[in-house]
Design a protein. Sequence first.
Length: 302
Amino acid sequence: MKILLSGASGLVGGALRSRLAETGHEITPLSRTPALNAVHWHADTYAVENPQQLSGWDAVIHLAGEPIIGRWTPTKKRLIRESRVKSTHALVRAFEQVSAPPRLFMVASATGYYGHRDEESLTEASNGGNGFLAEVCQAWEAAAALATDQGIRVVNLRFGIILSPRGGALKTMLPAFRWGVGGRLGDGRQYMSWITINDAVNLMAEALGNESYTGPINVVAPGACTNQQFTQALGAALSRPTILPVPRWGMRLAFGEMADELLLTSQRVVPAQAEALGFRFDHAQIEEALRALIRNPSGQSV
């Protein structure tokens, strides 16, 4: 397949690009930096320099977005939203201008769609929640859905926490846990929905070639766990104690609104669509997933 990929240099995009290239697909980056062998779009408007460059692709995969980690100032929140919603709108508008739009538009989203839900089991059929991230994800998916009017298959990838020693949340946590000063966040009862980088890439590759994948897909492992369970599993994988909890007030002081919406929120998400379509996870439970990732820091074929 001939695939255009935004976010190709990110944690997930880089892993996906390598996997698809290995299996014979032709991958071209969609980049805000002009470069050879890439399609260029403008950093502020997200307009593609030459819309006709969006013609003839089998699939466009849109993973790029402003990182959500950091204090959410008004400017940061605007960038988080625009880099997702505005950019998706720009691509859909560009598809309308070309003679051969892509057959598939695969767009990142997140389990943030559901908002804070305590212990409720959440499937793709569950209603969206409340809060800044929930609103962004809902607007993001609504923008992508407009492509269906052009006969394009749309897949919304509701990513949970992507686990890889090479980047993301796990890489950030590892130093503290290796020093024996890691601990649960708050009371640790909030549910975390996670997936290993390999399973995430495998699921995306499956959705790429299987037309039964359409609409929202929860890109999470079956074994959602509480933060306390995650903390204990990571400590066990590293053979380190986990006795120093991080208080809620400390996280709120350091990160403000982000702490409540990202670190302390509870989302028990189930990969109902992937399981119904027969996808097999290499790592379904947090204990064995973390042991495998620590044993193989490359994160490949764990």
